[in-house]
Ligand binder design. Structure first.
Ligand code: ATP
Ligand code: ZN
Length: 482
């Protein structure tokens, strides 16, 4: 290894920014402010790298309207050195991600994203950066949950291989070529996940710093995991800039220190003017489309995550009705997890609609037996009363949940169009293409061929809002606990 006595390197990191472009009162700093803080660190120590732990290019209209390109433009300006593709990077399909990658001035790294047919790697697994004479190996890892946390078509032909196994191999390859090894993972620390960074680090030693994303975890000063790895994670939505300081003596790390900088601590720091101007330019170009008025809400339309993933809401009903209406189907069915925001009382704009439905879903119909319909509802409420993305918002049907019963046997008193469900009958179910393809574990729907396609979900919602002409949809007992 090279000699690098008395050296100091700073790693700055972000994760799960989800296209939060501007400063907000809920602690989101936005890109310009983040950039200002980054500038101050680069000034204090020119030996600084900037890395992202994934889920950057999707999450607000700022990104959705241009399928991610805006965020890439901004991240280029911010001067990222590398990023890992997270599950949400795939929301526009992986071909689109490869286009975005072409536009990036920094590499996407993932050592466990492979092309299924020949097992070749889709991205570079790692880079080696030489900073002040120190050789830094940086490799990426993507959560295998990406395989089912996005529309199956978005990751068709890709395999997300075991991150632990791939990490071991990379460390083996990098250890003699580098002075320090840094993992940038979109793996996360959610105990319910099959793969977590904590589990991985119990099995893989030799990683000096693990920059994590996916679970949106806030690790104030990082934590020491596994065999002495410093594990860090900077929350979500540009609320924190992560800072890892590394001191070297004779080519060896002698001290590692982590911190997170938030809006309060950064109060005195000026936003980066160039990034601010770029964000403003992009916003201006989007304004005309977003501000288009599509209707009025005479009360709040409820899309709060915890509610829409665990109960019937008026917005859930509205969207399920819009889907059923657009397709002229017996039943409308949509996942609560696909409803990403509420709409406040007052004017409804196109921007509001895209914020609620950012996935660009299409409406499809399936001819489903009553038995499979029941199984689908069971899948949606298996965690009830806890929130779950799969939770069904419905139209044309009503049912009851007995939460005392085990998952799979808790749905009862199902009616379709007011009549008891006939398990043998075929019903025309209109749903979104994500669920129709088996997303959110709706495997019983995934088995059916698509009977018809009825345009995009956001356009159908806009059309239905116009039709309603100000009538506020209600919670009307379609889904009840009993
Ligand atoms: P994050 O990394 O931000 O935590 P996540 O995807 O891991 O995101 P959630 O925010 O809970 O976790 O989002 C997952 C849910 O989003 C899925 O369970 C599903 O309900 C919904 N979802 C994801 N992709 C789509 C899609 N293409 N269409 C409809 N719904 C989707
Ligand atoms: Zn995320």
């Amino acid at each position: 290894a090279t000699t690098a006595a008395g050296k100091h390197i700073t790693l700055l990191h972000t994760n799960d920014m989800h296209a939060r472009a501007v400063e907000s009162t809920s602690g989101e700093m936005g890109f310009a402010k983040l950039s200002g803080i980054i500038d101050s660190y680069r000034k204090a120590n020119p030996n600084t790298l900037l890395l992202d732990g994934g889920d950057a290019v999707h999450g607000t209209t700022f990104a959705t309207l241009v399928t991610g390109e805006s965020v890439v433009q901004v991240m280029n300006k911010m001067g990222y050195d590398a990023a890992v593709p997270g599950n949400h990077e795939y929301n526009y399909g992986y071909e689109r991600l490869l286009e975005l990658e072409n536009a990036m001035t920094y590499p996407l790294l993932s050592a466990n994203t492979r092309v299924t047919k020949d097992q070749s790697l889709l991205y570079k697994p790692y880079i080696i950066k030489e900073v002040d004479g120190v050789k830094i190996g940086i490799f990426g890892l993507t959560t295998p949950e990406t395989a089912y946390k996005t529309h199956p078509n978005n990751v068709k032909g890709l395999t997300f291989t075991d991150p632990t196994k791939e990490a071991k191999a990379i460390v083996e390859e990098l250890k003699d070529k580098t002075d320090i090894i840094v993992a940038v993972g979109h793996i996360g620390q959610d105990a319910a996940s099959e793969d977590t960074s904590l589990k991985l680090l119990k099995e893989v030693s030799g990683i000096d710093v693990f920059i994590d994303g996916h679970s949106h975890t806030v690790l104030k000063d990082g934590l020491v995991a596994g065999n002495g790895t410093l594990l860090v994670s900077a929350g979500e939505y540009t609320k924190y800039l992560g800072v890892v300081d590394l001191w070297f003596d004779n080519g060896k790390v002698i001290k590692k220190q982590a911190a997170l900088i938030d809006q309060k601590e950064a109060a005195a720091i000026q936003p980066n003017a160039e990034v601010a101007a770029l964000v403003a330019d992009i916003q201006k170009s989007q304004e005309t489309i977003l501000s288009q008025e599509v209707g009025k809400a005479t009360g709040k339309l409820e899309g709060t995550r915890e509610l829409v993933r665990a109960s019937e809401t008026n917005l859930g009903n509205l969207i399920a009705d819009a889907i059923r209406d657009a397709a002229g189907a017996d039943i409308g069915l949509t996942n609560g997890g696909g409803i990403r925001a509420s709409i406040n009382e007052g004017v409804i704009t196109k921007g509001d609609v895209i914020t609620v439905l950012p996935f660009g879903n299409q409406i499809v119909t399936l001819k489903v037996t009553g038995a499979d319909l029941k199984a689908a509802l069971e899948n949606g409420v298996s965690d009830y009363p806890n929130p779950k993305g799969a939770f069904p918002q419905v139209s044309g049907i009503a049912f009851k949940i007995d939460a005392a019963k085990p998952a799979g046997q808790r749905v009862h008193s199902v009616t379709v169009g007011g009549k008891p469900l006939d398990v043998k009958k075929q019903y025309v179910v209109a749903t979104n293409d994500f669920m129709a393809a088996g997303g959110d574990e709706y495997v019983m729907l995934g088995h059916y061929p698509q009977a018809g396609m009825y345009g995009s979900l956001d356009e159908a919602l806009i059309a239905y809002i116009e039709k309603l002409d100000g009538t506020l949809p209600k919670v009307e007992g379609r889904i009840t606990a009993a």
